[in-house]
Design a binder for this molecule. Structure first.
Ligand SMILES: Cc1cc2nc3c(=O)[nH]c(=O)nc-3n(C[C@H](O)[C@H](O)[C@H](O)COP(=O)(O)OP(=O)(O)OC[C@H]3O[C@@H](n4cnc5c(N)ncnc54)[C@H](O)[C@@H]3O)c2cc1C
Length: 593
């Protein structure tokens, strides 16, 4: 596989030239004193070094050796422990953490670029710190002071890691059915008993302790999702003097053998009267877990992007060196037996699809991360608007980027021809590793329903209007002649999205099944339109600065043109399927399948 090279120039272009975060941060009081352009630039440079030099080289061996399980003990792949120690010593687990407990308090725009680097380097590795960061966020927001002092500080220090325990064998999407029980004890703790499956980083040898966040129900809890509470269950109990004490009653029953991410430990965890501590209020566990899940969902979206970027870099290097056939328009390399496959229109299509979708996903992910920063650190009206945009766009980030990321890994594989199907070039590993991101953390089908049923229909279209207004405002303010080629199709796409939203909502009042049958295609129409918005913004900045760094800006402008002419039109067929009535899916009786 080609050596991973962090696209730092593009990251800085987006952060400062396109989205002007250096002008935003001073306006957000809780961020202003500890983040600026120089600090964030050097953080990203240092992070790039660890991703390229320490983590990326582990990926192949991690896939081949994987995680091993013996007598309840899980051992990670060779090199993982040393790399994790280097990562922890560098202070990276604290990057986005609460400054009151030892965190660095960096905004989401910085942590999401850090996540992209880790995911491009090795998705399996990225999951250990990724789960920890999500759990820490949930504890910072919902745990009491004692739990925060004891656990949060050690998670930020990288001494301990965390897992997220929701799924049971009979309850995946429908968490209201979970059976894990938590029985109150006299000392204020709870005895947690039940079996969780598919728990990422549930057991491993990277850290001395693991903090499990577990969903469970009290014996007298209300039925369904309203009876779920959240508990912190440590692998090793912690003594009053903060030293590690006895093992808690939680054990790893087995690990899963799976299609990809072989170096990530996916565990069956058995809780047998394990001591647990309540996080947040009783029966409000899903609210607390959603703090973590919303964070994780953007992070999982970025896994798709990370895999897509690696696939593109790999395929581009291969395409430049691979000679097959001659160009249709005449020989390009007469001294060679064949032209490079870069001369073929179909190969250029594949490379440009990946390039445009990756750069568009990175830009859109930063736009969403910025909304999360404003929602978290801002005040007043801009904060309220950012909250709405974050709620609307979180399911989009998870599902759209992972669908596109998987597409890019398969497209990259196709560039290699047969060599993409064999192990040697690493391309088939990317396909296997990227696939899970469409499934876990709430399947993409569930994300689409979250978007259309909960967010769009649930707000009678108001959340979507907030996004549409934002884009219309940009369109009305963008008058330069050289932007017409982008602004006109963007205006058409945003009008179509508004019309589709209205139509789907009207039809869903006649037949509620409309929401379920339209959701996936609707999400993708939204995604391609939102991506056109950020591609227009990138093109605008590159048109203004094209004399400065010609290769970079010409590449941006031409990729923007490619996006508008070859990828944005995908929305047309999606609009027709999203607006079709549900009868074709429901008039077929179950026994006709
Ligand atoms: C490698 C791996 C790692 C994982 N890591 C974790 C972890 O760390 N912690 C954890 O708790 N879990 C984890 N999971 C579990 C994962 O989140 C679930 O597998 C996922 O949420 C789907 O649940 P399920 O497998 O039970 O599928 P089901 O819920 O049975 O869904 C089956 C199908 O039905 C569809 N479906 C279900 N309900 C609806 C609905 N209402 N509307 C429309 N479609 C619907 C789904 O989209 C899916 O296509 C992991 C899973 C894997 C494979």
């Amino acid at each position: 596989m080609a050596d991973y090279q962090v696209p730092l120039k593009d990251m800085n272009f987006l952060l400062f030239d396109v989205f002007k975060n250096d002008q935003l941060w001073p306006l957000l009081p809780k961020l202003a004193d500890h983040v600026d352009k120089d600090t964030s630039t050097s953080i990203l440079q240092e992070c790039a070094k660890i991703a390229e030099k320490v983590i990326a080289p582990l990926s192949r061996q991690g896939d081949e050796v994987g995680v091993t399980f013996s007598d309840g003990i899980v051992t990670t792949a060779p090199g993982y422990k040393a790399a994790f120690n280097t990562y922890a010593e560098g202070g990276w687990p604290s990057l986005g953490g609460d400054t009151n407990y030892g965190g660095m308090g960096m905004p989401k725009v910085i942590t999401s670029l850090h996540e992209e680097m880790l995911c491009s380097a090795d998705i399996s590795f990225s999951l250990y710190p990724g789960l920890t960061a999500g759990a820490a966020l949930s504890l910072a927001k919902h745990a009491n002071e004692e739990l925060k002092q004891r656990y949060l500080t050690r998670l930020y220090a990288g001494e301990w890691s965390a897992s997220m325990c929701l799924t049971e064998s009979h309850a995946g999407t429908d968490l209201g059915m979970i059976r894990t029980k938590a029985v109150p004890q006299d000392d204020g703790s709870y005895n947690v008993t039940g079996n969780k499956i598919f728990i990422t980083a549930g057991e491993h040898d990277l850290t001395e302790n693991i903090v499990h966040l577990v969903l469970a129900k009290l014996p007298d809890a209300p039925a369904g999702p309203k009876g779920i509470s959240l508990f912190l269950v440590p692998k090793l109990l912690v003594n009053e003097d903060e030293t590690l004490g006895d093992a808690n009653h939680v054990s790893c029953g087995s690990i899963e053998h799976k299609m990809g991410i072989h170096a990530s430990a996916t565990c069956v965890l058995n809780f047998d009267g394990a001591k647990g501590y309540l996080v947040g209020e009783l029966n409000k566990g899903l609210v607390c877990m959603f703090t973590m899940m919303n964070f994780e969902r953007i992070g999982v979206g970025i896994q798709g992007l990370g895999a897509g970027v690696r696939s593109y870099q790999n395929a581009l290097e291969y395409a430049k060196g691979r000679g097959q056939s001659r160009s249709l328009s005449g020989v390009k390399s007469p001294k060679k037996a064949a032209d490079s496959i870069m001369v073929h229109g179909d190969v250029r299509r594949m490379l440009l699809n990946m390039k445009a979708l990756n750069e568009g996903s990175r830009a859109l992910s930063l736009f969403i991360a910025m909304q999360l920063d404003i929602a978290t650190f801002g005040e007043g009206k801009i904060q309220q608007k950012a909250e709405k945009l974050t709620a609307l766009m979180t399911p989009l980030a998870k599902a759209f980027f992972t669908d596109l990321g998987f597409e890019s890994t398969v497209t990259g594989q196709q560039v290699f021809g047969g060599h993409g199907y064999i192990r040697e070039w690493g391309q088939e590993q990317l396909v296997r590793d990227a696939r899970i991101a469409q499934i876990y953390e709430g399947t993409n089908g569930i994300q689409a329903m979250d978007l259309l049923a909960r967010k769009v229909a649930g707000s009678s279209g108001q959340l979507m209007s907030c996004f549409i207004d934002e884009v219309k405002c940009y369109i009305s303010e963008t008058n330069a002649d050289d932007m017409i080629e982008f602004i006109n199709p963007l205006a058409e796409a945003i009008d179509d999205l508004a019309h589709l939203t209205e139509q789907v909502l009207i039809k869903s009042e006649e037949n509620i099944e409309q929401l379920g049958t339209s959701a996936n295609d609707y999400l993708h129409v939204f995604g391609y339109t939102a991506m056109a918005f950020v591609w227009a913004k990138m093109a605008e900045v590159s048109l203004e600065n094209q004399s400065e760094d010609e290769v970079f800006h010409q590449s941006k402008i031409h990729t923007a043109r490619y996006y508008f002419s070859r990828l944005l039109p995908r929305r047309h067929s999606l609009i027709s399927t999203a607006s079709a009535k549900p009868d074709k899916l429901f008039n077929i009786q179950d026994d006709w399948f």
